[in-house]
Design a protein around this ligand. Structure first.
Ligand code: PMP
Length: 428
């Protein structure tokens, strides 16, 4: 495939945008080469500036659960845009999407909309601190909760890809309040709580980790967290930015039957527009300004275009819950197909999958935390990535990312992908 125009556009971008990208994970730093510039997208396909068609397994990092340019979302945005793009005043549609989200997700009474997953997680932690009157938080190595200071301690995703899991610019004062635990290690969490008695406001976790590749929670791990939180007056925050409205209508809480105290959303909830949200019981949410003392705000929060896109997306998912089974089935088909061709070609690997989140690690051991996720062979991953790109298949340019399956993929697309992986695997 030819990427001449993408390369030229990247060279121009680098002159005026740091690294040529507005978010580091888009750069091909971990795999080499230059990023692909997208011209447009429809359904399961991306069309780049050189005229290549790519099957998309990133889907804007998750939101395009029903495919790119999904008509009800596009129509809703166009219709709203003609009536004004922002007011900074209340609109009826904010209540409509809030009502729908609250009806779909277990254990939440109220929700506040923000503009990104980062804002959602950052605000959720502030709320937890305000509500409990405690300062420290527990996060897990390899989990990513956005780029707010408290979270850039052993963060996953781009922070891991670029080898800077602890960012300069985060003060020691901030870092000392973030306690780091090992994913899937309840004894480690208990020990940290014991060593910081009555100081921990919340535990924040990706209930299925998606930012060190896909790492599922071990059986009873989430239940273990719930119990230690209850015993120690700690709030449990589920960062469902990836899992929300994807693993089930009610996200990971519904899938695993575990109650979180605060839930964070992003991606699907905005239908591809910049939206995040956090939600909890009345009691916790009413701790927020203007009714409560914890301040949180946003000029563009609840923006009418973003709310229209999100409402159209959630309405579709709520009215047609078979979509969740369908994307799971497609992902399982892909899982089986990849396993077969990698085994046929004797490529050492481990595949992790939960529902429609899947990732391939090039190592044979079980991948259950940040340490085991880091053992994958990055040279193999680089070849795999570029081999697939050459076959017209776009996966995330880092082994620390998850593939997001969209309902727009057909079984023909999946077969095409599996065949392409077979070809690529022969050369690994
Ligand atoms: N939480 C999780 C689990 C995420 O995966 C991400 C982003 N990928 C975020 C938070 C941050 O979201 P945003 O990039 O919209 O700020």
């Amino acid at each position: 495939m030819i990427y001449k125009r993408s390369s030229a556009l990247f060279a121009e971008a680098e002159k005026v945008i740091p690294g040529g990208v507005n978010s580091p994970v888009r750069a091909f730093k971990g795999v080499g080469g230059t990023p692909i510039f997208v011209k447009e997208a429809k359904g399961a396909y991306l069309f780049d500036e050189d005229g290549n068609r790519l099957i998309d397994y990133i889907n804007s990092w998750g939101p395009m659960i029903l495919g790119h340019a999904f008509k009800p979302v596009v129509d809703a945005v166009v219709e709203k845009a003609q009536k004004g793009t922002s007011f900074g005043m209340p609109t009826e549609i904010e209540t409509k999407i809030a009502e729908l989200a609250v009806s779909m997700v277990p254990n939440i009474d109220k929700i506040r909309f923000v503009n990104s997953g980062t804002e959602a997680c950052m605000s959720a932690v502030r709320l937890a601190r305000g509500f409990t009157g405690k300062d420290k938080i527990i996060k897990f190595a390899g989990c990513y909760h956005g780029h707010s200071d408290s979270f850039l301690i052993q963060a996953g995703s781009g922070a891991s890809t670029f080898g800077t899991p602890n960012s300069p610019g985060v003060t020691k004062g901030t870092a000392k309040d973030t306690l780091l635990a090992n994913y899937n290690d309840i004894e480690n969490v208990k020990a940290i709580i014991e060593a910081n008695k009555n100081e921990i406001a919340c535990i924040i976790i990706e209930p299925v980790a998606g930012n060190m590749g896909c790492v599922p929670p071990k059986e009873s791990f989430l239940q273990g967290l719930r119990s230690v939180c209850d015993q120690n007056n700690i709030l449990l925050i589920f960062d469902e930015v990836m899992t929300g409205f994807r693993l089930a209508k009610g996200g990971a809480q519904e899938l695993f039957g575990i109650k979180a105290d605060i839930v964070c959303f992003g991606k699907v909830i905005g239908g591809g527009l910049p939206v995040g949200a956090f939600a909890a019981s009345h009691e916790i949410m009413d701790y927020l300004a203007p009714v409560g003392p914890v301040y949180q705000a946003g000029t563009l929060s609840g923006n009418p275009l973003a709310m229209a896109a999100g409402l159209a997306m959630l309405t579709e998912l709520n009215n047609n819950v078979s979509i969740f089974d369908s994307i799971n089935e497609k992902t399982e088909y892909l899982h089986k197909g990849i396993t077969k061709v990698l085994n046929d070609n004797k490529v050492v690997h481990t595949i992790n999958r939960v529902g429609s989140m899947i990732s391939v690690h090039f190592d044979k051991g079980e991948v259950y935390d940040f340490n085991t996720a880091g053992k994958g062979n990055n040279d193999t991953f680089k070849k795999f990535f570029h081999g697939l790109l050459n076959e017209g298949i776009y996966i995330a340019p880092s082994a620390f990312e998850t593939w997001f399956i969209t309902e727009a993929l057909t079984f023909e697309d999946l077969d095409f992908t599996i065949n392409a992986i077979n070809k690529v695997a022969k050369a690994l």
